[in-house]
Design a protein around this ligand. Sequence first.
Ligand code: 7TS
Length: 407
Amino acid sequence: MQIQKIRDDFPILKESMNGKPLIYLDNGATSLKPLQVLEAEAVYNTKKTANVHRGVYKLSNEATELYEEARATVAKFINADYKEIVFTKGATEALNMIAMGYGLSNLKKGDEIITSELEHHSSFLPWQNVAKLTGAKLVKIPLNDEGRITIENFKKALTDKTKVVAINYVSNVMGYMAPVKEICEICSERNIITNIDAAQAAPHLKIDVRELNCDFLSFTGHKMLAPTGVGVLYGKFKNLQQMNPVNFGGEMIDLVEFENSTYKDAPFKFEAGTPVIAGAIGLKAAVDYLENIGMEKIHAHEMELRKYAISELLKIEGIKIFNENAETGIISFNVANIHPHDMATVYDSEGVCVRAGHHCAQLLMKWLKQPATLRASIYLYNTKEEIDTFIKATITGKETFEDGIFF
Ligand code: 7TS
């Protein structure tokens, strides 16, 4: 990978932070945006502005074409059909739509929903809510000693009452890949619906929904170089047809009458109102950008930097890494006796952006017996030199707080 060429595409990397070169290692939270994405959005906003699916004039048709081209590109990206892609405003909205649109009407008292303590709140809370509303029961997959979902433990949670399995593809704290394909295989034999949160997978790994054979899969644009405000809900077409819309309004209808109305087929019945037009066009540019480089190459680059970062971190006394063997570029760790928020202030003063906190995964913090952790998350534009600065900042932070000197 030609890192410098890639870095040149990201204007923000020329910025400084607290007088230091910006080192962005918070890609799990959101990614930086390349010029190609910014330009694609700008083309829509400056030259092709019109609402979609409604005008009969040329400009509106052109905007519709750009928007629907984005849907086709995203469909190809995960090997789905065009009709199986719903644009949402993010992974959170997609995950809530599935729980409320599918879960609420298909679950009843006594049914079981399998989930895990490894979930982001956006994956867990929609099903906790549906469980409360329907009387269904939440069942957790016991995590193994490393904090992973394993097939063996998944089978322990599985019963003949299981109706839904809602788990992440990649954990936003541990960076582990769950054995999603094997889980989906077991579930499809038993007619159990699988709902995969791929927010941390789609930016880094090649996803093939046909190979996975999952029922639903969601992700978010802003973690994969696209703008904020756009996400993707994938569902097998037959599931989408069975799923109820949760938003009602313009453009999602077939016929409206005073007593009753009928709706369009999927995916359009889920996109009430003016959709995220500029966002979807930006997401197309982001997918093109990632595919141009190649997901395998991106992942290999992240893993190389991760390996280096881990080996350097382990040389520092008092560092505890919670996910030494993860398959993605997320590193979660703490420094003995120093609160992660204190450490994060030192990283900040060195221009290094890492996240400190519970990462919207409080169940996992409890499992880890930590109030919070530090998380460095790597992406395609990061370099070995940046990891060196991150390591130096870690040593500075440790020394600063160990000495009790605050400045
Ligand atoms: N699922 C996972 C696994 C996530 O990591 C996130 C965001 C979401 C869902 C929600 O995505 P959104 O775009 O709808 O917000 N995760 C994080 C994070 O780890 N730090 O900040 C946001």
